[in-house]
Write a protein that binds this ligand. Structure first.
Ligand SMILES: [Zn+2]
Length: 380
């Protein structure tokens, strides 16, 4: 049995929603103690005196279905997972009913990062990063989506629909209704991408139920969650009030500092911070989940709120809390991310080309998954 003592870290206490100076003792796959001063003979000791310790980071929206036939634009999970200090990744609809079974063989079984998926209602999924995968009735499969989830309940955690002209074309609103129905039958959440009309985001939001996830919520395209005079549209406010989850999913074209700042000013939330990382945005715009998190520090979110948005909130959103994520408990699995927050000034570009300079730069150093430690290797 391998044991590790992490000394002098600032540990995120989930219930208190604050960082507290603590030591953490890990034995085998488990956290066995979180206390102010732990004395123990262990196989290894980590000095975390300049580091924060959080539940393992979760990226609720990315594209890691790295199948040889479909890898156009996809990334190997570990490149944006353990190599970047992220413990758990959710692939959001890269695969659909006819392709998703291969996700286990090509992703889950080959990668060290914990990986899960949402099933796209478009039969092929998104083979590349271009659109049209669910633009005609015969490409959309209600029964296929439900069957895929029933075949793979351990790792398909919900349904994905892309409600934008780019992807679902004139099927738009009908596609969302079918996705909602699939989620209802399968008993999972629905994640809905919002983008270019049609369909109108106003109509899409009205279809969402409590616990559904609206992703790319603060994109900068015309016809998003801001309407006349940049006021939040009533359909978005109503969706938030009835419990729809607001997800960021930065991506190449889906996050605007200005949209987000205006929504925050009007009391709108950021529940989950995710990257939408794929091959087309890892070298510019997004780069990493950590960089996306740092952007929210410049928008005024506290470090605690940013950490909650990549741990507790995404875990609850798709049931990852029942798989040992989004928590840091004695007796629980040792899934954690150790990171530094520094004053390093980095130019951070949003999807609209606006650059802001970091003041609170979040830099993961290592991640534990079930007690196994991985050091960060990717440039962030
Ligand atoms: Zn995406």
């Amino acid at each position: 049995m391998k044991s590790t003592l992490i000394k002098h870290g600032l540990v995120y206490a989930v219930e208190a929603h604050q960082f507290q100076p603590m030591d953490v003792l890990i034995e085998d796959k488990q956290i066995v103690a979180i206390e102010r001063h732990i004395k123990a003979e262990t196989d290894s000791t980590i000095d975390a005196s300049s580091l924060h310790i959080a539940p393992g980071f979760i990226d609720l929206h990315c594209h890691i279905f790295n199948h040889p036939l479909f890898k156009n634009g996809r990334l190997p999970a570990d490149r944006i997972g353990v190599n970047q200090g992220v413990a758990c990744l959710l692939d959001t609809g890269s695969a659909g009913p006819t392709t998703i079974d291969a996700f286990k063989e090509f992703v889950i079984d080959t990668q060290s990062t914990a990986t899960y998926a949402l099933c796209n209602i478009g039969s092929p999924g998104q083979p590349g990063i271009t659109g049209g995968h669910a633009a005609t009735p015969e490409l959309i499969s209600l029964s296929g989506t439900v069957d895929a989830i029933e075949r793979n309940p351990d790792w398909i955690l919900g349904v994905k629909v892309l409600a934008s002209s780019t992807h679902t074309g004139l099927m738009g609103l009908e596609a969302v209704k079918i996705g909602r129905k699939a989620a209802e039958i399968a008993g999972t959440p629905l994640m809905v991408h919002i983008g270019n009309a049609p369909p109108l985001v106003d109509d899409v939001l009205d279809l969402l139920r409590p616990g559904d996830i609206v992703t790319h919520a603060y994109h900068g395209k015309t016809g998003g969650v801001l309407g006349y005079n940049d006021l939040v549209i009533p359909q978005f406010r109503a969706a938030v009030e009835r419990g729809v989850i607001v997800d960021i999913a930065h991506g190449r074209s889906s996050f605007s500092y200005q949209t987000c700042a205006k929504a925050l000013d009007q009391g709108m939330p950021v529940h989950t911070i995710s990257s939408d990382l794929h091959g087309g945005n890892i070298n510019r715009y997004v780069v990493s989940l950590a960089r996306t998190m740092s952007k929210f520090r410049t928008l005024g979110l506290s470090l605690e709120d940013v950490i909650q948005a990549v741990t507790v909130n995404p875990a609850k959103a798709v049931g990852l809390d029942k798989k040992g994520f989004g928590q840091l408990n004695v007796g629980g699995p040792a899934n954690l991310t150790l990171f530094a927050e520094t004053d390093r000034a980095v130019e951070m570009e949003d999807a609209e080309g606006e650059i802001r300079i970091s003041q609170n730069w979040i830099e993961p150093k290592m991640v534990f998954i079930d007690g196994v430690c991985f050091e960060t290797t990717e440039v962030l």
